[in-house]
Unconditional design. Structure first.
Length: 364
């Protein structure tokens, strides 16, 4: 891993990203886990550590919401091909026909994003604001005909979160704790609800994200995503915090369950969720997960077609090559102190290529 080590040291030194923690596993064993650079540059410099906690942003979609939806399918609470009209009888016909599967695979017709935080304000509980957010989304016209395109959408996942909270009559953070974190033994992955006692305290253990103008501070230990913040810090599309090792522990436990070596979700259902969807034509999306885009994947050039992964806006990613049994967790604070830096787009494929070369599995 010497070339990987040199690459990450150089990337942190030259400012491609302020800091990095990488966790690489092969055949179920961690083979490289190191920290580089700074967890924060401003207001004071803090060194990155392997134990640093990251706002993992959209990794929440595959580490919380997707397994919760799969669990609800297993429990008979919902079915993957249920239409939204089952849960929202009064929505318009075209919106009502959108299925849970389409929301998971980002083909449900919803736009990518809306500035919900502007309309939500700060009144009511987090759960009430998540309900309001879902209502706002369902009141918008669809951006395209469901099933005809694939448009990565936070909005579809926010609706999924509302469905889960309604079906189970429990908040999303508690559902995650009870149905994902606790069964899998994840001690380093959790939501941080705004105002909750467990969310107070010293922010120095967290990788800083952006200097937020409208919040008037550099964010550290506080969710970066504005819509998730407006929903009380707990959302289906963003909100989880984790160490790089915690992300790997999730991936490892999930793979163990799929291999029938751990009791959690049904192995066949997990494996089904990793399959690239047939509709719409040409999509790279599985259920919640993405798969490599030939020639331009953030997973680089050597991950097999039998791989799944996901990115987070704040600079974190997880890629798993199911065929070659390689998992790579790359956690950075690339939006600190500003989201304008673009070094992560070059760093991600380079890191994954170096890992595959180092492990001797870089066959094209």
């Amino acid at each position: 891993m010497q070339q990987l080590d040199a690459c990450l040291r150089q990337s942190a030194a030259c400012g491609d990203v302020p800091g990095v923690v990488v966790c690489v596993a092969h055949r179920g064993e961690v083979v490289w886990h190191e920290a580089y650079g700074a967890a924060a540059w401003v207001p004071d410099r803090r060194a990155m550590r392997r134990e640093t906690l990251f706002d993992i942003a959209s990794l929440t979609k595959v580490m919380a919401t997707t397994p919760l939806v799969l669990g609800a399918h297993r429990d008979g609470v919902l079915q993957l091909d249920d239409p939204l009209r089952r849960f929202y009888p009064t929505v318009p016909g075209d919106v009502g026909a959108v299925t849970v599967r389409q929301l998971l695979s980002h083909s449900g017709g919803f736009a990518d994003w809306l500035p919900l935080y502007i309309k939500l304000g700060a009144n009511g509980t987090g759960r009430q604001r998540r309900q309001q957010a879902a209502a706002l989304i369902l009141g918008e016209p669809l951006a395209y005909r469901p099933g005809q395109a694939s448009v990565y959408s936070d909005l579809g996942f926010i609706v999924l979160g509302d469905i889960l909270e309604t079906c189970y009559a429990q908040p999303l953070d508690l559902l995650f704790e009870q149905r994902v974190a606790r069964p899998l033994g994840l001690n380093q992955v959790a939501y941080r609800p705004l105002g909750a006692p467990e969310s107070d305290g010293d922010p120095s253990g967290f990788a800083a994200t952006e200097r937020c103008d409208w919040r008037g501070r550099v964010l550290s230990g506080e969710v970066h995503d504005a819509n998730a913040w407006a929903m009380g810090g707990v959302a289906a599309h963003a909100g989880l915090f984790a160490t790089a090792a915690g992300v790997w522990e999730f991936a490892h436990a999930m793979l163990e369950a799929a291999a029938k070596r751990r009791d959690w979700l049904p192995p066949a259902l997990l494996r089904q969720s990793w399959l690239r969807q047939a509709v719409p034509l040409g999509t790279t999306r599985a259920l919640g997960w993405d798969t490599p885009t030939p020639g331009r994947s953030s997973a680089g050039s050597f991950f097999s077609a039998n791989a799944v992964g996901h990115l987070g806006f704040t600079g974190c990613s997880l890629w798993i090559d199911l065929e070659r049994q390689v998992s790579v967790v790359l956690c950075t604070n690339r939006v600190h102190p500003s989201r304008r830096a673009d070094g992560i787009s070059r760093l991600r494929p380079r890191v994954h290529d170096l890992v595959m070369h180092a492990l001797g599995v870089a066959a094209t």
